[in-house]
Design a binder for this molecule. Structure first.
Ligand code: PGA
Length: 248
């Protein structure tokens, strides 16, 4: 049975003192019925993974390089993340696609590298406001999904997060029909790619302005298996109600 999943994406936020928030999460959820993954900045991963080793909270990363090692100054490989205790890595977040000009082909390479290192790849995709306004949402999602997924994708090594770019950090969320349309579409298209049972095994997360007040409504939508949470994952007091809503 596939477990639901909530992922906290801290982005470029968090100093060593913020590790306390992850420890509080561990205390608040000693035996959760859903999977909880926190992705702090790379600087905190090793310490967080050590602190949380005996807890139900898993620690992940926000990006990795596509190669295993080499002359790539400033970059971090999936194998290195695994070596310091990360269990997963987010790839293809829209902020990486936009600010670092990452293509879906590169995202696929990163996911492949994550798989090779034994990490779960949390592959993000989503349309911009202009693409939605132009009626291109499903075409964009199809293109990104097709090109961002490496061969060998399974429910054990891959999670997909639908994050409309215009909903991230904006306080705006799509309505339930819009989320359902994309998530149903993703499930069907995954089925064409890896078969129906393979597609059923992949967790489909919604991300973009998820918070305590809208989480339950979002989790009730068809084919939503959890959430990718940015701002509301930074403090345990904000993240816990979202986790509880997913457990209900
Ligand atoms: P947000 O970010 O929850 O702050 O909108 C989500 C994300 O970018 O993963």
């Amino acid at each position: 049975m596939k477990r639901k999943l909530v992922v906290g994406n801290w982005k470029m936020n968090g100093m060593t003192a913020s590790l306390r928030e992850i420890q509080k999460l561990g205390t608040a959820h000693p035996a959760p019925t859903v999977d909880i993954l926190v992705c702090p900045p790379a600087t905190l991963i090793a310490t967080a993974a050590g602190l949380m080793a005996k807890s139900a909270i898993e620690i992940g990363a926000q990006d990795c390089h596509s190669a295993g090692s080499g002359a790539f100054t400033g970059d971090i490989s999936a194998a290195m993340l695994s070596d310091i205790g990360a269990k997963a890595v987010i790839v293809g977040h829209s902020e990486r696609r936009e600010y670092h000009k990452e293509s879906s082909a590169l995202v696929s390479e990163k996911a492949r590298s994550a798989h090779a290192a034994g990490l779960i790849a949390v592959i993000c995709l989503g349309e911009t406001e202009a693409e939605r306004a132009a009626g291109q949402t499903l075409a964009i999602i199809a293109d990104q999904l097709d090109a961002s997924l490496p061969a060998g994708t399974t429910g054990d090594n891959t999670v997909i997060a639908y994050e409309p770019v215009w909903a991230i950090g904006s306080g705006l969320t799509p309505d339930r029909t819009q989320i359902a349309e994309v998530h149903d579409f993703l499930r069907d298209r995954l089925g064409e790619r890896i078969g129906t049972s393979g597609a059923q095994a992949i967790r489909l997360l919604y991300g973009g302005s998820v918070k305590a007040t809208n989480a339950a409504a979002i989790f009730a939508i068809s084919n939503v298996d959890g959430a990718l949470v940015g701002g509301a994952s930074l403090l345990e007091k904000d993240f816990t109600p979202i986790i509880k809503a997913l457990m209900d």
